[in-house]
Design a protein around this ligand. Structure first.
Ligand code: SAH
Length: 253
């Protein structure tokens, strides 16, 4: 009997932001496993399916459940928001999968918050960038701090995931203070809340102001590099095309 589990990135929320491959994997599944919030976001289309929701923080349990369902001969899809391999369940599934060598795992790529949020803001990722999660649930704060400093020194555009939660209200402020030791206060930044969901809200501001902004666990934050600018309310990272020169060129021809 073929045993396969699809680990599906569902994108930021709306069905039309899911890849065709992800929709197909969910269409073909007998059972869909995921957080309640994500299962609700999936909406009407998959309503006929058996849905198994598992509470937050019980990741290992949720993963094991997928293998148990697959052993019963069911086609299982585990859904994660964005991409399942970016602060998602994909690696844990492979780790646990060592105990279930007869089950094949297939990761289906999804649109991660860095990409969907960038599209809302303008074009902030148009050069080298990195993502850093501010969650210290599984990563010591010293490691997060070291990576923030390294990214700032490397002049990367920085995308912050998990910038805040009920227990970590001041983490964005702390991260900004660390970045401000290397980066000037006037650096162009932005953030987007509820990408692809009801209540999408995007703002641009300087790094100096960013630390005081109200963000939550559904916000993704962008800190520009030294070539980022705010242009008509959009956050843009220039790639270096030097169009000022080209404008002169056009005037002369
Ligand atoms: N696997 C997900 C990330 C999970 S970590 C992905 O690839 O997008 C959770 C963090 O992702 C949130 O705290 C937030 O920073 C970001 N995020 C995920 N979905 C989001 C959305 N719809 N709007 C804004 N930020 C989102």
């Amino acid at each position: 009997m073929e045993r396969k589990i699809y680990i599906v990135g569902m994108g930021p929320g709306r069905e039309d932001m899911m890849t065709g491959e992800a929709v197909r994997a969910l269409d073909q599944a007998d059972v869909i496993v995921g957080y309640t919030v994500y299962l609700e976001l999936l909406g009407q289309r998959f309503q006929g399916k058996e849905m198994v929701s598992a509470p937050m923080r019980r990741e290992e349990e949720r993963c094991r459940l997928c293998f148990i369902e697959a052993q019963k001969g069911k086609r299982v899809a585990l859904v994660c928001s964005g991409d399942a391999g970016i602060y998602g369940m994909a690696s844990l599934m492979y780790e646990i999968g060592r105990e279930y060598p007869e089950t094949e795992l297939v990761v289906v790529a999804g649109v991660t918050a860095a990409c969907s949020g960038a599209a809302v803001l303008g074009a902030p990722l148009n050069h080298d960038f990195c993502t850093i999660s501010l969650s210290d649930l599984l990563t010591p704060w010293e490691v997060i701090e070291r990576r923030l400093k390294g990214a700032a020194r490397g002049d990367f555009v920085i995308v912050l995931y998990n910038p805040s939660s009920r227990k970590r209200r001041d983490y964005l402020r702390r991260a900004c203070d660390i970045l401000l030791r290397v980066i000037e206060g006037s650096r162009a930044c932005g953030y987007v809340e509820n990408i692809g969901r009801e209540g999408t809200r995007a703002e641009v501001c300087t790094l100096e102001k960013l630390g005081d902004r109200e963000v939550n666990m559904f916000t993704t934050v962008f800190i520009g590099n030294s070539d980022s600018i705010i242009l008509n309310g959009r956050l843009i990272t220039k790639r270096g095309y030097g169009i000022e020169r080209n404008i002169d060129f056009r005037r002369n021809h």
